[in-house]
Design a protein around this ligand. Structure first.
Ligand SMILES: [Zn+2]
Length: 813
């Protein structure tokens, strides 16, 4: 499929007005193919020509205004339309293929009971994989869908589903939708419904998760209701999409997708094993995020993908803001620990980009910018803006923006205009430095103490500067807008000055070398978790920038991680095991020794935490990831020698088995036996990962073959194989695959399409081959001009991580 360019989209939008889609699907034709008939009514410039997007297995028939079109002229997913009239009717009939990569119309057979589950994912440009359309965000139109399927199935979409007299179902959207929002959820889904303030609510998932959904639905529905109230109050416009369904679906690539009236989520959010408090918060903020999109994105849609931040930064900011009000969970600690760490990693890479106005020459490259910058950095910039404008202006502008552009499209300039009308001043300049300029400012502390801001953008930062003693006691505090240096008055020399101690802004906090030496004893003494998480983010950036050694980072983790809440403990342990011990430790300190120390730290955290708490669970997972005591891990599988409160349920069992697999301490038969115990979809994925982790030439060859050459492998299977393939303890075994990755990865773009292409390139990158020769191969691959843009981004980013590991080893090794 050829990717639509911005220029083509502008030209087509100037020519075409779509008045309605009427799509008819026959889902009774077996497990591989379905029939799709699209009727598109649109007005156009008389005599002009354009094209419609459609990506079928076979195009059967097409007609424009009753005149047959030559279906053989379909090329690159485009069917040419000539001699347009003022009002047109286009009919396209095709045989389409179900997908197994989470895009288009995805079909999954649940291994637990053999039942099929379907859902459509049109974002970002996958709508033509299930119906013919003018696939761009600014050609919104009412969308109607008629479906022939098993009469016992649940059917959901962008409006209420009605049963027709012939048994088929009919769904009509209440208002115009962009093509990337069109969805369908169909299958023997299990449902729990409710209602709030006149809005019918439903949560749905596959039958094998019915018990879990029944138990967790009250919490989800209660949160959904509270979010509705909050958004009604914030936005002054009622929820416009009628019913509100949330479907938890298999093999989903993203966290969730905000289809109007029918959000799809990854079904791991229906917890089948125990979850941490941080994971419940992640689910809550994801529910709130998608709900914010019902206004931001769905009611008012960006004109083109270069304004994707209008969707994502706002949804991210608003989700955490409303969850902070609804829940007493410290959501901003979790935001800093998980979301900001993701964004900082993106922002320090060569592929960094401004929050707004990213060009997005075509739809395919736009997908690369759905990253931690568009979400976490954008949300952080909006937190800064909220402080600057105050809520009256911030919300006043937003309400005006929704009223003016409801059911249509808008741009960045429209929003700036709305805020300016609401009283904002000098917003253009603020937007220029915060939104249109890339890069990360640095906040540092000099003698005095004086806090400095450096960075080319010249961003003002609203922060709280706090000075602490070595015992963690606060001795001075100042609220400041940091642009020029700010001096702090202190009664005595502080041991630590934190420039952004409440974690309010987006910047790197740079601490002096002698301060980092004090951090192992100082960090656990700080009372405020926001102050501590700002130090953890500073540490992760300092290690990546070769300013703090891996061995000092290990000392800090050992000293401070046991006291952290699960929101911090989980991500920090994963980073310490995977990055610090996995790739940064120099050859002088064996990895095994680093892992032993991390395992001890996790063990003490596990024993110090309240039994059965989220903190204990996060520590237990950290312990398993670092453990090398195979006898103890095996005892855990048998239910023995467990700390009080730790339960080895399905997910933790697989984590233990994966660690044993990496250590070569299980056989293929044992993995199969585990799979026989847990014949679920996640079980299959875990088993694939475990097999790929086994340290044998046969296991590696089989995993490589499947992920690099099998077009039938599902997206989750591909991620599991690639995620399990490289291991720091197996570098000799995997050495031959380093060159093979660079020889073979480009061709995978022809094998698969969409998200899975870039994600495989990222996960399969030889991240454990820490050598200059790996970097040289990266550079050579990037010199190929026709390399797929998603693969290119992954290789650039993974190569940058590798370069940083080499720099750290050179600096401290
Ligand atoms: Zn979103």
């Amino acid at each position: 499929m050829r990717s639509l360019t911005h220029e083509e989209a502008q030209r087509r939008a100037g020519l075409v007005r779509v008045t309605g889609y009427d799509v008819d699907l026959d889902l009774t034709r077996g497990a591989e193919l379905f029939a799709s008939r699209s009727t598109i009514r649109f007005s156009a410039e008389r005599g002009a020509a354009t094209f419609v997007d459609v990506a079928p297995r076979e195009l059967s028939r097409a007609s424009l205004n009753g005149r047959p079109l030559d279906v053989a002229q379909l090329a690159g997913g485009r069917l040419h339309l000539a001699d347009l009239q003022d009002d047109n009717e286009l009919v396209v009939e095709a045989t389409m293929a179900y997908s197994h990569d989470g895009e288009g119309l995805h079909r999954h057979v649940d291994p637990a009971d053999g039942k099929p589950y379907l859902y459509a994912m049109s974002f970002l440009d996958a709508a033509p994989r299930w119906f013919a359309c003018f696939d761009q965000p600014d050609l919104k139109a009412p969308f109607a869908l008629t479906i022939a399927c098993d009469p016992s199935w649940t059917v959901l979409g962008n409006g209420p589903a009605q049963r027709l007299s012939d048994g088929r179902r009919r769904i009509e959207s209440a208002h115009p939708v962009a093509t990337y929002f069109a969805t369908l959820v169909a299958g023997p889904y299990h449902s729990v419904s409710g209602t709030h303030d006149g809005v019918p609510l439903g949560v749905h998932t596959r039958a094998s998760l019915a018990r879990e959904l029944d138990a967790q639905a009250p919490e989800m529905l209660e949160l959904t209701a509270a979010c509705l109230d909050e958004f009604h109050q914030l936005f002054g416009v009622r929820y416009p999409w009628g019913e509100y369904h949330q479907a938890f679906v298999p093999d989903f690539n993203a966290g969730a997708m905000e289809n109007p009236g029918c959000v799809t989520f990854r079904d791991a959010y229906v917890f089948r094993s125990r979850a941490t408090d941080a994971e419940r918060n992640e689910r809550a903020t994801t529910i709130a995020h998608e709900m914010a999109h019902m206004w931001f994105g769905n009611l008012v849609t960006m004109r083109w993908w270069d304004d994707l931040w209008l969707n994502e930064s706002f949804a991210e900011y608003l989700a955490f803001r409303v969850c902070d009000v609804i829940d007493d969970y410290p959501v901003w600690v979790e935001f800093a620990s998980r979301r900001k760490a993701w964004g900082y990693a993106a922002d320090r890479r060569p592929s960094t980009h401004p929050i707004a106005g990213n060009g997005a020459a075509d739809a395919k490259t736009a997908l690369n910018d759905f990253d931690g910058i568009s979400y976490a950095k954008g949300a952080s910039a909006l937190r800064q803006l909220a402080v600057r404008l105050g809520d009256d202006t911030l919300l006043g502008g937003l309400r005006d923006y929704f009223r003016t552009h409801a059911y249509g499209n808008a741009t960045f300039a429209d929003l700036i205009g709305a805020w300016t009308a609401a009283g904002a001043q000098d917003l253009e300049k603020w937007a220029e430095v915060w939104l249109r300029t890339s890069g990360l400012d640095t906040l540092s502390v000099g003698a005095g103490p004086v806090v400095y801001r450096t960075g080319e953008a010249g961003r003002p930062h609203a922060v709280t500067v706090i000075a602490f003693t070595q015992q963690g006691e606060e001795i001075a505090r100042k609220n400041a807008v940091l642009l020029d240096p700010v001096a702090l008055v202190v009664p005595t020399t502080p041991a630590l000055v934190l420039p952004d101690a409440r974690d309010d802004t987006w910047a790197k906090t740079a601490l002096a070398a002698e301060v980092w030496e004090r951090v192992p004893s100082l960090l656990p003494a700080l009372d405020d978790p926001l102050a501590r998480v700002s130090v953890w983010n500073a540490l992760r950036l300092a290690v990546a920038d070769a300013e703090v050694s891996a061995s000092l980072a290990l000392r800090i983790v050992e000293a401070a991680v046991p006291g952290e809440p699960d929101a911090v403990l989980g991500p920090v342990m994963r980073w310490a095991v995977g990055t610090v011990a996995g790739v940064y430790l120099p050859a002088g300190m064996p990895r095994a020794q680093g892992l032993r120390r991390l395992a001890r730290a996790a063990d003490s955290a596990m024993r110090a935490a309240p039994p059965a708490s989220g903190r204990q669970l996060a520590a237990a997972r950290g312990y398993v990831a670092a453990a090398s005591d195979t006898e103890l891990l095996r005892a855990w599988l048998a239910g023995d020698r467990l700390p009080d409160g730790v339960v080895v349920d399905d997910e933790l069992r697989w984590a233990v088995l994966a660690r044993l697999a990496a250590l070569g301490a299980v056989t293929t038969d044992e993995i199969e036996a585990e799979l026989a115990r847990d014949r679920s979809a996640p079980g299959q994925v875990h088993a694939a990962r475990c097999r790929a982790m086994l340290p044998s030439p046969e296991a590696k060859a089989a995993a490589w073959q499947a992920m690099m050459t099998d077009p039938g492998a599902s997206n989750y299977e591909v991620y599991a194989l690639a995620g399990g393939f490289w291991h720091p303890e197996q570098t000799d075994l995997t050495a031959p695959y380093v060159a093979r990755y660079f020889d073979e990865i480009a061709a995978t773009a022809a094998l698969r399409q969409g998200w899975v292409v870039a994600r495989l390139a990222w996960l399969a990158y030889p991240s454990t081959a820490i050598a200059h020769s790996t970097l040289d191969r990266s550079t050579a691959l990037l010199a190929q001009p026709d390399l797929d843009s998603g693969i290119r981004r992954s290789v650039v980013d993974a190569g940058d991580d590798l370069r940083r590991a080499l720099a750290s080893r050179a600096q401290f090794g």
